[in-house]
Write a protein that binds this ligand. Structure first.
Ligand code: HAM
Length: 423
């Protein structure tokens, strides 16, 4: 006799089954809706790409590239990596399809699974979900502010309150070069291990992101890039802040922020939630000046964000946001007998064509059991369909929350429901 082995999902992946998947789906749609309303268009990208795209695009000094990529050789001997983030892939596709030859900015949104081989913990997964946008080809402070405001609108639309927007600027090349001279000098005075030194050599800013207490305290007096901004970068950063204020988007400046990816320049930002413990970043993004040319395209700047759908859901749950309105269909039909089932299927078809959601009690149940099922489903209205209803061509439409019933003819049922449900 063969023993049955229970197969489980791989360690650290996020997975959403009903009923929680309803909230997940609603959050994912809500987070990206403001971008659609602002004219961003969908791009669907492969979940795996040539490894070089990420090592060149995201940067060798990052944990994401150096430790967390799911990289493997495919059957043709090519090095393939499961996408750890979306921006590099969008750039690759924009260049490949010549999207940057049309009107600028190219405005793209995306949504999907991303992969990082991190140590799993609450809110940190090896497969997780992001929605994101990228606006490519225009360097305009108003666009920076709008991109940030779109992310903020997404979080607000799901009812999140306990989060803050942190903002900084990495300035232009001149600002970064001036800062780097002093930062490197400062880092040389520190007693660092070899691996940290190597990382600092590729990108000295990375040390601001080190989680170890001893490195944190050594970096407490490190020179900050914000103090080195050129006049032009300073003016631009102030302009972004002015636009955000007039859009009513609250923010705090965090001059020590370091994003986990190397392509950032200029405006950078993170949304940090207060109830999520260590994995508090619910979204982040910024401008990236050199990425496109680094990947073989024109020298165009871009700005965008990625929002963590998993973490936004955890944040919504931590804030006690109510998802009960997502439960159940508009109507639940209980057919009594074979003829009633046939009629129920036909009614369901008509109602669904009018965007009214309908569930049916399948499986020839007794009325009592079916009523229980309707109750549990959380549907708004229930219809019991028996011989007499079919004879009279009219049904009792019962509202589950109040218990109130209304007699409605089958001919007018759809119009009635459309008006009650304001579809
Ligand atoms: P990121 O900050 O690496 O940026 O990721 C964006 C968001 O994805 C994070 O704020 C977090 O909510 C979520 N996230 C990241 N890693 C995990 C994980 N292991 N488990 C659960 N959630 C996670 C980017 O990826 C950039 N591509 C964003 C961007 C777009 N910048 C410019 N354009």
């Amino acid at each position: 006799m063969t023993k049955k082995i229970q197969i489980q999902a791989p360690k650290g992946v996020s997975e959403y089954a009903p009923p929680r998947s309803r909230a997940f789906e609603w959050i994912r749609e809500s987070l990206i809706r403001p971008a659609k309303l602002a004219g961003y268009q969908l791009i669907e990208l492969p979940v795996f790409e040539d490894t070089e795209l990420f090592s060149r695009g995201v940067g060798e000094s990052t944990d994401v590239v150096s430790k967390e990529m799911y990289t493997f050789e495919d059957r043709g001997g090519r090095s393939i990596t499961l996408r750890p983030e979306g921006t590099a892939g969008v750039m690759r596709a924009v260049i490949e399809h010549g999207l940057d030859r049309a009107a600028l900015p190219v405005k793209i949104w995306y949504s999907g699974a991303f992969f990082r081989a991190e140590r799993p913990q609450a809110g940190r997964y090896r497969q997780f979900y992001q929605v994101g946008i990228e606006a490519i080809g225009v360097n305009d402070d108003a666009l920076d502010a709008e991109v940030i405001a779109i992310a903020d609108a997404g979080f607000k639309s799901i009812g999140l309150k306990a989060y803050r927007l942190e903002l900084t600027s990495l300035g232009d090349a001149q600002s970064r070069a001036a800062h780097k001279v002093d930062l490197v000098k400062f880092i040389e005075t520190l007693d660092l291990d070899e691996a940290t030194e190597a990382r600092a050599h590729i990108n000295p800013l990375r040390l601001f992101d080190d989680k170890r207490e001893e490195v944190k305290s050594s970096m407490a007096n490190a020179p900050l890039l914000l103090d080195y901004l050129s006049d032009a970068s300073k003016a631009s950063f102030e302009n972004v802040q002015k636009h955000l204020r007039s859009l009513g988007v609250a923010f705090v400046i965090n001059p020590r922020m370091v994003r986990g990816l190397d392509y950032y320049t200029g405006t950078t930002f993170e949304f940090v939630h207060e109830n999520l413990g260590a994995q508090s970043g619910i979204g982040g993004g910024g401008r990236y000046d050199g990425l496109m040319s680094q990947l073989g395209g024109q020298d165009l700047s871009g700005i965008g964000f990625g929002l963590g759908v998993d973490r936004a859901l955890l944040a919504a749950e931590a804030e006690g946001i109510d998802f009960s309105h997502l439960q159940g269909t508009d109507v639940f039909i209980i057919p009594l007998g074979e003829l009633a089932m046939e009629t129920a299927l036909a009614i369901a078809g008509t109602l669904r064509a009018g965007e009214i959601s309908v569930d049916i009690a399948f499986g020839d149940r007794a009325l009592k059991g079916a009523m229980k099922m309707a109750d549990k489903s959380g549907s708004r209205f229930v219809i019991v369909l028996g011989e007499s209803e079919i004879d009279s061509q009219s049904v009792e439409l019962k509202e589950m929350s109040t218990g109130n019933s209304l007699s409605v003819t089958l001919a007018t049922l759809r119009d009635h429901l459309v008006s009650v449900l304001k579809k």
